[in-house]
Design a protein around this ligand. Structure first.
Ligand code: ADP
Ligand code: MG
Length: 471
């Protein structure tokens, strides 16, 4: 399909559209500037997107943190499941180091660095190094998982399941707050099963992607193939099942998939942010099936565990972290392991991939920037307040009966953001605004539709999200 060179203007236009869709999905403007601005599109087609990245670290980081968001953005622009491919471009690395912007890059003079053998004689078009598909993250193994009091029970349960899949705890349901290692532990089961039996069919998928695939299958009349795919696995790992709340059609399909696998003694592992019974809008029959197996939780790790996680992770990136620095970071960042890692990544980036040592002073600096990272989860109240402030309307009006457009738009934006950011169900959000769930559904659909076309809406979303990020 690359017989003719892609038209650069169209490629860049396509990529800009993907970026526009992606931007509001990211946790912060900084994340956008750091991880996506520096990328350079090589090809943007309906079935394949090729991107050049400054270094392998980008691939790793995007894969771990933003793969879902990026896939969704690609899907919203191309209308399908395009494959994502990455190629390392030393030029981009040079551009990033000199001025932080890829566009201003001058081609480097032969960058032959013995410490980066992959850049030797680099061709003008760097080879593709990685194709990202929803698959097991190679790092999410038991060996890389630090066990402490907060997760030992879940860890032990996962080990047991990996040893006898389908036999003891089926399904295994893991719940807990975000960034605590649920996905890691769940995928570790997948790795362990594959290690014992390389031909085992292991399928990992987020509930959201499951739903999207189902919808695509229905649109194309491929329901049978869809069912085959999910009913023919030995181990099904479904991440963030709370996403199915209120999605009745998908729940129904999932219920039958679940039943078929369970009956055939195939193992199912699920994760969620809440225990089954507390997921509002989840059908009772699913709740009771989830409760038939083992339900176990992940809690935020204690200080010692956080220190151990940091040290192990730093070592994996070729850094040594002194006790002092590890303790400093671990005592400031408590609620979320992903944020711990975020600090570490900033630190490693600052020390230029290992050429200088990580000092306490440097760590202090990074932690100052990160002060808001550990902020509590967003509440509906806060989202509504910030949205009201942005549009300069009162909160009471937003919860009131008026339907004039000056008040309807802010209300719809607030409902949309509440759904995106809080995990509350349509009815929860509706109740707060004194509306029913169909109104919320309509609002979300409406905003989704216009957010790319209407600059007032897109800038409102961006600015409100930025404001919500601040402590
Ligand atoms: P969740 O799915 O609960 O939101 P993840 O499984 O994605 O969280 O974990 C977030 C990050 O923290 C991942 O990079 C993961 O490797 C890391 N992590 C979480 N807990 C641990 C742990 N106990 N040991 C090592 N790494 C961990
Ligand atoms: Mg997860």
């Amino acid at each position: 399909m690359q017989a003719t060179a892609p038209d650069p203007a169209r490629v860049s236009e396509g990529w800009e559209r993907i970026l526009a869709a992606l931007r509001p999905q990211l946790p912060s403007e900084q994340a956008f500037e750091t991880w996506f601005r520096p990328l350079r599109p090589r090809l943007v087609a309906a079935d394949l997107i090729e991107l050049e990245v400054p270094n392998l670290f980008f691939v790793d980081w995007i894969q771990e943190h933003y793969l879902n968001a990026l896939s969704e953005a690609v899907r919203s622009v191309t209308g399908g499941d395009a494959q994502l491919r990455f190629a390392i471009s030393p030029e981009l690395e040079v551009a990033r180091e000199t001025n932080g912007h890829a566009e201003a890059a001058a081609p480097p003079l032969a960058p032959l660095s013995p410490s980066h053998p992959e850049t030797w004689g680099a061709p003008r078009r760097p080879p593709v190094v990685s194709t990202l598909e929803p698959r097991l993250n190679p790092r999410f193994t038991f060996a890389n998982f630090v066990v402490g009091p907060s997760n030992e029970l879940t860890h032990a349960t996962c080990l047991a399941v990996a040893e006898s899949p389908g036999l003891i705890y089926n399904p295994l349901f893991i719940y807990g707050g975000t960034g605590l290692g649920k996905t890691h532990c769940m995928q570790a089961v997948g790795h362990a099963v594959l290690e014992r039996r390389a031909e085992a069919r292991v399928l990992y998928i987020s509930a959201e992607r499951f739903m999207n695939e189902m919808i695509f299958a229905i649109q194309r009349g491929q329901q049978l193939a869809f069912r085959e795919k999910y009913r023919n696995v030995d181990l099904l790992l479904i991440d963030d099942i709370q996403f199915l709340a209120g999605k009745d059609g998908t729940q129904e399909e999932f219920f039958y998939t679940f039943g078929a696998l369970h009956e055939a003694h195939k193992q199912i592992v699920l994760t969620s942010d809440k225990p089954p019974r507390e997921i509002k809008g989840l059908e009772e029959r699913l709740v009771s099936r989830f409760n038939q197996g083992m339900v176990t939780d992940m809690k935020p790790p204690d200080l010692e565990t956080r220190v151990a996680i940091l040290k192990r992770r730093a070592a994996a990136y070729g850094h040594e972290l002194s006790n002092e620095v590890a303790l400093l970071i671990a005592s400031r960042v408590r609620a979320n392991v992903r944020h711990l890692e975020g600090v570490l990544v900033r630190l490693t980036a600052l020390t230029e991939l290992g050429r200088t040592k990580i000092t306490v002073g440097l760590a202090e600096e990074v932690l100052r920037d990160y002060a808001s990272a550990d902020a509590p989860a967003l509440t509906l109240e806060r989202i509504a307040q910030v949205t009201a402030d942005h549009f300069n309307v009162s909160l009471d009006l937003m919860r009131g009966k008026r339907r004039t457009s000056t008040i309807a738009l802010p209300r719809q934006v607030a409902m949309y953001l509440a759904r995106q950011k809080t995990g509350l169900s349509l009815s929860d959000v509706g109740a707060w605004f004194k509306r029913d769930h169909t109104t919320v559904l309509h609002a979300c659909g409406k905003i989704d539709q216009v957010r790319e076309r209407d600059p007032r809406v897109s800038s409102a979303l961006r600015e409100i999200l930025e404001r919500l990020e601040r402590p």
